[in-house]
Design a protein around this ligand. Sequence first.
Ligand code: 5AD
Ligand code: SF4
Length: 479
Amino acid sequence: MTASASQSKKLYIETVGCQMNLLDSELVVASLRRQGYELVDVPKRADVILFNTCSVRQHAEDKIYSALGRLKHLKRRFPNKIIGVLGCMAQKDQGLIFQRAPYVDLVVGPGQLHRVPELIRQIEQGSGPKLEVSLDRTAGSRQQVAESFVSYDPLRDPQMRPTPYQAFVRIMIGCDKFCTYCIVPKVRGPEQSRPPEHILAEVRQLAQEGCREVTLLGQTVNSYKYRQGERSVRLSDLLEMIHPVQGIDRIKFVTNFPLDMTQDLLEAVRDLPKVSHYLHVPAQSGSNRVLKRMKRGYTVEQYREMLQRIYETVPQAAVTSDFIVGFCGETEEDFQQSVELVRWGRFKNSYIFKYSPRPGTKAYELYPDDVPEEVKRRRNNELLEVQNQISLELNEQFIGQEVEVLVEGPSKMAQKHADSTTGPIQLCGRTMCDRIVVFEGNLRQVGQILPVRIYDATPHTLLGMVVTHHVGPELYVLR
Ligand code: 5AD
Ligand code: SF4
């Protein structure tokens, strides 16, 4: 081991939650690496142990509190190790985290992540525990609260991205929809769109560094709106601005809010060839009574009308959805309406969640969590089964077809049995409409876009073979 390697400080980070959290972790890691930290894969070997947390469901929080519990003895034996809790649960629980785990040194909300390196330095110098969070949504004017949530978008280091060919790009932070079950508007603050020039500069830089696919991120990404003098730049305008960037071959965006799925956006998706025909537009429920209690702002008829508009404008669209089962007061009849919507919607995939009451939300205050756990579980399984059947039918339509796959790396199975870095290996990648494809290839092909012929399908995966285009017959004769 070299002297510098043995001296460098070690960082361990665990991330739960959404793509926004993955991006936040990537950026925090990059900023700490710049300060000389090196990543390790067990907390025992680390000087700084960070958890980037999620608050959307109770289960995600429980996981973090039990992981913290497991560190109690380690911290007692090595009191100089720094333990930090970042992200949504840090913003939600704040000082409560120090009460539940008194050996935690650092609590930082998602709107203050830019301060992490500096706060760690202060703790190293003996400052004692540090808490840095944004203002509560009712603790000041909208502007004051918004200013306390800072979008964390430092320039990235190309070598530090998890995959060099793909990148998340944040285009907005926060959410103003206030669905009654959801903690996000509270912990991620007011909706704020980033200036289009900043986004464009980031995409250009990523392209120069060899990135081929960007995924634009926002809690309600299609509500993106940036006022420039008289006019507003919308997501459709932003897509048009990014589209000409050389080197970028694919553009995706998540997550969409149904009422903001405007015609200009659908036409941009249809007309800009680099924009993926993959649209994640959560419905949450198929029952008007439940949608009203959720305060989603639309009826199931409006959702269906929107879906029809998607399929009319972009016939090849792969639409995915989220559903919550067992929301307060959900009857069997309400639930069956969700089943009907899944059947009717022909979603590529649906993410299904059991309702989890979140202190700090309107639903928690207003409605009892009255659907028993076993009923939630049964509804979850039933809806999943209906969706899986549809996913399989849709995937089977690809059998015999050739698709273009951006190769991401070894498949999960190949990672488990990794023993060869030169021979053939099972690779995995995604089509333009976000379908996962596994096929045999070579590690050199990672980062390429390859033609793959599909020969089999499961609900969530297509199985294929790389197409090698042979030399045409005339040339063949000449040889
Ligand atoms: N309980 C269960 N699921 C939830 N989601 C958001 N809040 C809750 C909650 N309290 C789900 C929604 C959202 C997805 C990211 O998480 O379906 O779209
Ligand atoms: Fe939560 Fe609703 Fe905002 Fe989505 S739109 S983040 S579900 S409040």
